[in-house]
Design a protein around this ligand. Structure first.
Ligand SMILES: NC(=O)c1ccc[n+]([C@@H]2O[C@H](COP(=O)([O-])OP(=O)(O)OC[C@H]3O[C@@H](n4cnc5c(N)ncnc54)[C@H](OP(=O)(O)O)[C@@H]3O)[C@@H](O)[C@H]2O)c1
Length: 247
């Protein structure tokens, strides 16, 4: 896809991976719609990169549809906004679950579906989904979060099949651990020694590669393909290792 001159809507661009991606897209000549929930952070990023701020809380009913309406024309959609939750599954409250599902799954699906008619009418455009290694492998203590990411991942895969031959590209970014506010914002910081968190720029670079090369998926770091392949081909071995060394 050609980025120069394209209108790119990046959700969750007020922080972390979204902010770094929005900055790279603006530098590459895109007209960036900077979405965020926090008004001042969103405005600050938009001003810094020369984009247009769009503020919306994606946990609210019909937020995806409303954001699509506010955005207008979009050539590249980066569904990146999201939040985590970690802890024993039984301690996740109903309200926390509703927010997690709304922001990580319902809103990106609704936003994508609402923008699809204009993509189909033009026979072009690119849809990107920021998923997670948690949704590919499962992670102990992050079951509900991993479930939302797996849901988004398979939504994207299904959409890719549905849109084959239309000229619309669908790509999935599968990050491992990236150094952002994500861990401080959820209820538990990142405590493992390995893998070491990647700088946010590495995730944004991978996302741009995904778009520029029209790839179906991009792992960051790339070696994440190995445990995913092991789980897919020898699930018994994968589960044994997961139980022994921690999932
Ligand atoms: N960091 C990692 O290790 C990692 C790994 C795998 C996948 N991911 C995924 O990467 C994506 C970006 O996360 P990040 O690491 O960059 O985290 P981050 O720095 O916390 O950024 C999260 C973004 O999502 C937005 N957001 C959160 N709740 C929202 C809501 N209710 N309505 C609208 N926007 C909301 C935030 O907006 P405000 O700041 O304006 O509130 C922020 O812009 C997420 O989907 C996450 O699941 C992250």
């Amino acid at each position: 896809m050609r980025i120069e001159g394209a209108v790119a809507l990046v959700t969750g661009a007020s922080s972390g991976i979204g902010e770094a991606t929005a900055a790279r897209l603006a530098s590459a000549g895109a007209q960036v719609l900077v979405h965020g929930r926090d008004e001042s952070r969103t405005a600050a990023v938009a001003e810094r990169i020369g984009g247009t701020p769009l503020v919306a809380d994606l946990s609210l009913p019909r937020a995806g549809e409303k954001l699509a309406e506010a955005a207008g024309r979009v050539d590249l959609l980066v569904n990146n906004a999201g939040l985590g939750w970690a802890g024993p599954a039984a301690e996740l409250s109903g309200d926390e679950l509703a927010t997690l599902v709304a922001v990580n799954l319902t809103a990106p699906i609704a936003l994508t579906n609402a923008l699809l008619p204009q993509f189909l009418a033009r026979g072009s455009g690119s849809l990107v989904f920021v998923c997670s290694i948690a949704g590919r492998l499962g992670v102990a203590g992050e079951a509900a979060y991993a479930g939302t990411k797996a849901g988004l991942d398979v939504f994207a895969e299904s959409l890719r099949l549905e849109l084959s031959g239309t000229g619309i590209r669908v790509g999935v970014l599968v990050p491992g651990v990236v150094q952002t506010a994500f861990f401080d914002r959820r209820n538990r910081p990142y405590q493992r020694g390995r893998p070491k968190p990647l700088p946010v720029g590495a995730a944004a670079d991978a996302l741009l590669r995904l778009v520029l090369d029209d790839r179906a998926e991009q792992h960051v770091p790339r070696w994440l393909r190995v445990p995913i392949a092991v789980r897919g081909s020898v699930p018994g071995v994968y589960r044994y290792l997961g139980a022994r060394f921690g999932g």
